[in-house]
Design a protein around this ligand. Structure first.
Ligand SMILES: Nc1ncnc2c1ncn2[C@@H]1O[C@H](COP(=O)(O)OP(=O)(O)OP(=O)(O)O)[C@@H](O)[C@H]1O
Ligand SMILES: [Mg+2]
Length: 685
């Protein structure tokens, strides 16, 4: 007898369940997606014991008749796909026909469903993949699926589940994500004791953000919208001789982007606060994360990450969603085009908005994310590396998310007035802002600390979800304040004087400005150096006497690697003996000790780069580094008196830069103490 055997269905389903269902949140994901695919407008999720004991998802979608209800639990049974060609343009969230049989193979499931136009609905019970009962039942239109005792028959899986609060955190994250993509639908999430999410329909995403995360978060985000017509479809064209001449020419469609991005002052230590949705599907994608971090290059430090909610819409043919069993990864057919579109749209939005850092907000948001902020201690995937990755470079952004198939960063629950202050003794979630946590009151479960979002801070009850009807008014207010807080008027400021010979004070229509003279000048120089370098027009000055710089042998090796780029940046440097460099010319403004410090700093910074990086000509990075270093060392220092003419000049020059918001290392340049804040502080409003 041969050795090979066909596996029984139940075993096959359990194997599939291993890929699709690894924790309560993934069950919720599948059920939510089914509800959305069924056209539901109202979705309610109830969980008990973090979803281990019970997950119930009720929707008001189109429901199923009795035959379909039975078929739905068969492997590869789906209503969403018919032919292989359909796979090329999937417009629904599900399509594999795997989720329900997988879930039913590892839990006790009850399905209640009705199409609303038949005499009776259907009630079906199934446990460990076996149908126990099928009955008629009087039910309203829609579907309710209850999943009890998850992994009751697979103890090994059950062991991997984390604390209830952690699992609940992941479920919350998921419901929140879907609520964000569908502001027009009603989402509710409750645990046995709390209403965690309650989001009645609103018309705009901004209102939804306000409903879920509150005003503070919304005020730190700015909207972005862009679109570009696709030059051609991503699918290969058939060869001319196979083309049907009568077939109409296909419109390749449009690539659209909408969303929200954070002002530079809001920075996170990991990329968990970057949310990307493609055709309303939450995905993770290294390439797009890279595009986003590129947009923020030299605006925030390379070790920090922004908060971004990105909704991309494109023709379904442009994206292959059939690359991951949990459908959390996709493959774009025109990868680099989408990457560049995301990067450029965000970059342009940042240049246009020139968001000004509010004085108080900058204090709160700790722009130099301090190293004491630790990533969350829980990993979303059993056995997988930690979800929150340590701060790392842009290159890291390309690889690190491999660690987990789903960036389920738990988000915060609705505040429960009168409960314990959040974070008292809890672990310190990634990138969170401790200041915010001292303000609001939070759910009694201290363990929420493990699950809380890296993205959004809680807000106190007046901003919370409870006052949803005010969402529109509140978002309008926030938008007005956002529009006011821009650096577009920098050029018309009137300088009042200097504070400790280090900060320029200036008055403007919108309030009192405090400008850090060193970083302001640094930004002006940085952009000028990059511009001049681009057109090979860097001005250099000859030194009267060559300056000798002593280096260590390994530093000489690094120098040799970057010598050519230094030359193009205005340096004339030659080796002078085995461990000495002779600097004969340098960029204008750089002299003496500053020149020596600058050179050794750049050599130091480049020493970590492997030969490969330099050989691959990661020239942009090298150029940026050199420009930032020259700018830093030749900029006006703090503790330097400035006369009014120089102050005005500096403000004007700063106004002309692309990013007057922050220095190349990410520190804020100008803070606005807004007229409103001043009035408020003096109790005048
Ligand atoms: N909430 C629901 N309302 C109406 N029909 C549903 C609902 N949930 C599931 N179905 C039906 O059951 C079928 C099987 O669902 P299942 O989730 O197993 O597969 P799928 O959604 O087609 O694909 P995938 O495995 O990718 O999720 C669906 O195709 C759909 O027709
Ligand atoms: Mg499905």
């Amino acid at each position: 007898m041969g050795r090979i055997r066909i596996l029984p269905d139940q075993v096959a389903n359990q194997i599939a369940a291993g890929e699709v269902v690894d924790r309560p949140a993934s069950v919720v994901k599948e059920l939510l997606e089914n509800a959305l695919d069924a056209g539901a407008n109202r979705i309610r999720v109830d969980v008990e014991a973090g979803g281990r004991r019970l997950i119930r998802v009720a929707d008001d979608g189109h429901g199923m008749n009795r035959d379909d209800a039975l078929l739905a639990f068969e492997r590869h049974a789906t209503s969403k796909l018919r032919t292989a060609d359909d796979l090329l343009s999937i417009a629904t969230l599900g399509f594999r026909g795997e989720a329900l049989p997988s879930i039913a193979s590892v839990a006790r499931v009850t399905l209640e469903t009705s199409t609303g136009d038949e005499a009776a609905g259907t009630r079906l019970e199934i446990a460990g993949g076996k149908i126990l009962h099928v009955d008629d039942a009087a039910l309203p239109r829609g579907t309710t699926i209850a999943v009890a005792d998850l992994f009751f028959n697979t103890p090994a899986r059950r062991k991997f589940l984390r604390a209830e609060s952690t699992e609940l955190g992941h479920v919350t994250a998921l419901v929140t994500h879907y609520a964000l993509v569908h502001p027009e639908k009603h989402f509710e999430l409750t645990s046995a004791t709390h209403t965690i999410v309650s989001a009645p329909p609103v018309t705009r995403t901004a209102e939804r953000i306000y409903q879920i995360f509150g005003k503070d978060t919304l005020s730190q985000l700015l909207p972005v919208a862009a679109e570009t017509p696709l030059a051609h479809g991503g699918l290969p064209e058939p060869p001319p001789w196979k083309k049907d001449p009568d077939e109409p020419v296909r419109d390749p469609g449009t690539l659209r982007l909408t969303g929200f991005y954070s002002k530079p002052e809001l920075q996170k230590l990991n990329r968990n606060s970057i949310y990307i949705f493609v055709n309303k599907r939450l995905i993770r994608d290294r390439l797009l994360i890279h595009g986003i971090t590129e947009a923020y290059r030299n605006i925030i430090p390379p070790t920090s990450f922004p908060v971004v909610l990105l909704f991309l819409e494109m023709p379904p043919e442009e994206v292959d969603v059939n690359v991951h069993p949990a459908k959390t990864e996709v493959r774009f057919r025109q990868q680099s085009l989408i990457h560049d579109f995301v990067r450029d749209s965000l970059r342009m939005a940042l240049i246009k908005a020139r968001p000004a850092a509010g004085f108080l907000a900058a204090l709160d948001s700790a722009p130099l994310a301090s190293p004491s902020l630790m990533p969350p201690s829980e990993s979303p995937l059993p056995g997988a590396p930690e979800s929150a990755l340590p701060p790392d470079s842009d290159a890291g952004a390309m690889t690190a998310t491999d660690a987990e198939p789903f960036q389920l960063t738990p988000l915060v629950p609705a505040p429960v007035p009168g409960s314990l202050p959040f974070g008292a003794g809890g672990s310190n979630p990634a990138g969170f802002n401790p200041a915010f946590f001292n303000r609001g009151s939070w759910t009694s479960q201290q363990a929420w600390g493990e699950a809380v979002s890296a993205l959004f801070q809680p807000s106190g009850p007046p901003n919370g979800p409870s006052d949803a009807p005010n969402a529109a008014a509140a978002t309008a207010l926030v938008e007005a304040e956002q529009a006011a807080a821009t650096l577009n008027h920098l050029g018309s400021l009137h300088s009042i004087g200097q504070l400790r010979e280090s900060f320029i004070l200036a008055s403007g229509e919108d309030g009192l400005w405090i400008i850090d003279q060193h970083v302001a000048h640094e930004r002006v120089l940085f952009e000028k150096i990059l511009r001049d370098r681009q057109v090979e027009h860097v001005q250099r000055q000859r030194l009267l006497m060559p300056m000798l710089v002593e280096l260590k042998p390994w530093q000489m090796v690094v120098f040799a690697r970057i010598a050519e780029e230094l030359d193009r940046n205005g340096f004339e440097v030659e080796p002078f003996g085995p461990q000495t460099l002779a600097v004969k010319a340098a960029p204008i403004g750089l002299e003496g000790a500053a020149l020596e410090r600058m050179l050794t700093q750049v050599i130091e910074q480049c020493s970590g780069d492997s030969d490969e990086v330099l050989r691959n000509h990661d020239l942009t990075a090298l150029r940026t580094r050199i420009a930032a270093s020259i700018a830093c060392h030749s900029a006006i220092k703090v503790n330097t008196p400035l006369d009014p003419v120089r102050m005005e000049w500096l403000l004007l020059e700063l106004a002309k830069t692309n990013h007057p918001t922050s220095c190349p290392h990410g520190r804020p340049i100008a803070l606005l103490y807004s007229w409103k804040e001043i009035q408020r502080a003096f109790h005048r409003i």
